[in-house]
Write a protein of this length. Structure first.
Length: 269
């Protein structure tokens, strides 16, 4: 009813809206602009630093997966010689570095025989599973379920080897090695296992010679490799403690090789 006063003649209606305050708008615009600019810059700084932190940690612990597949026939042949006959490796065991983007980076496997790769471990793992299934078939025990259990047994053995190497490095204060490096080093186990299983297929008694031999070679390879990693990353070096741990890594290969080399339908045996 009060709104109808403005329509009556002779009655003047007072203005209901106040005059705009230019200073208030100015302060409001300046304050909102300052808040938006400050929060935007602060948020961009946080997000930028967070993304850089995440990327640095990913590259630090996982590296680039494509790096581990830059191989050729020459590298594969020489790498198999180093893994299966490590005592015949006359060269150095250190990795070759190169400057990339203002920082040192390791050369890919195609240019460095000491660089870890994932091509040989994956191929060796597949060869191990196929040969193990073929060995079961020769004894009349093959089945898809048995092959599946052998595959799981191989993965579990790979995981145990990775855990052994990673825990050993952590206990010595050197947990900064990229995870894929450790996975590659542990995966070389299946090269010797494939040779042992193939020897068992060709001549059953050769297995009892090949298992200790490949186990010894793998132990020497891991000791040489882990010693290089420790020297490169550990700041405080305790020779006695390091030697005992390297010896433990070498000795742990024997039960692991015996367990993975025992091809049976019972994967825990």
């Amino acid at each position: 009813m009060y709104d109808n006063l403005g329509t009556q003649p002779g009655v003047r209606r007072s203005p209901t809206s106040a005059q705009p305050n230019p200073f208030g708008n100015a302060f409001y615009g300046a304050g909102s602009g300052f808040i938006r600019g400050g929060l935007g810059a602060y948020g961009e700084k946080i997000l930028g630093s967070s993304s850089e932190y995440v990327q640095s940690n990913i590259s630090r612990y996982f590296s680039d997966p494509q790096y581990y597949f830059q191989v050729n026939d020459h590298y594969v042949k020489n790498k198999l010689k180093v893994v299966l006959f490590p005592f015949m490796h006359r060269g150095h065991w250190t990795r070759i570095t190169e400057p990339v983007g203002g920082r040192l980076s390791y050369k890919p496997p195609i240019y460095d025989i000491n660089a870890p790769d994932l091509y040989i471990p994956f191929m060796a793992f597949g060869t191990y599973v196929v040969l193990a299934g073929f060995s079961l078939g020769l004894r009349g025990k093959f089945s898809p379920e048995a092959l599946n259990w052998l595959f799981i047994k191989g993965l579990l053995g790979w995981f145990l080897q990775v855990s052994l190497l990673k825990v050993s490095l952590f206990s010595l204060g050197s947990g900064e090695a990229p995870l894929l490096d450790i996975v590659a080093y542990a995966g070389y186990t299946f090269t010797g296992l494939s040779v042992a299983v193939l020897g068992r297929i060709l001549w059953s008694f050769s297995y009892y010679f090949l298992i200790p031999w490949t186990c010894l070679c793998m132990g020497i390879f891991l000791v040489k490799t882990m010693k290089r990693v420790l020297f490169a990353e550990v700041r405080s070096y305790d020779s006695r403690r390091h030697h005992y741990l390297l010896l433990f890594i070498a000795l742990a290969q024997l039960p692991l090789f015996i367990w993975l080399g025992n091809i049976s339908v019972h994967w825990l045996l």
